[in-house]
Design a protein around this ligand. Structure first.
Ligand code: AMP
Length: 111
């Protein structure tokens, strides 16, 4: 159904559990349920933006906040120095599974 909530909206609402590492007014971060690296976190804006190709100039500040939050989390979790990767999958050819914008943070190994 078109208006069905995504899994991430349910996590944001607190209706389903997640292994949360960070939260503020604008976004939430939690561990990916199927990690592709020893550290695999997702950063999800509380505002529903379907994917990066749906973002508008009005989202500029929020998009910057998501990247700075990736930095904050990397420092908080202690992997900022050794390095990490930030990935956004946009659409079918990128393998996007959840239609609610999210950053992947991958770390803890040589990628
Ligand atoms: P993407 O392919 O970019 O849409 O990424 C969606 C990610 O969400 C995948 O890496 C999934 O493993 C992850 N995921 C799906 N459901 C959950 C969940 N309930 N808790 C944490 N991560 C999830």
């Amino acid at each position: 159904m078109k208006n069905e909530l995504t899994i991430f909206e349910k996590i944001i609402a607190g209706d389903i559990p997640a292994d949360k590492v960070y939260e503020d007014e604008y976004c939430i971060s939690f561990k990916d349920i199927a990690p592709k690296a020893p550290i695999h976190l997702l950063v999800v804006p509380k505002k529903k933006i379907v994917r990066i190709s749906h973002a508008t100039p009005a989202d500029q500040e929020l998009l910057g906040h998501l990247l700075l939050t990736a930095r904050t989390i990397a420092e908080q979790e202690g992997f900022a120095e050794e390095g990490f990767r930030v990935v956004i999958n946009n659409g079918k050819n990128a393998g996007e599974e959840v239609p609610h914008l999210h950053l992947h943070i991958l770390a803890g190994m040589k990628l």
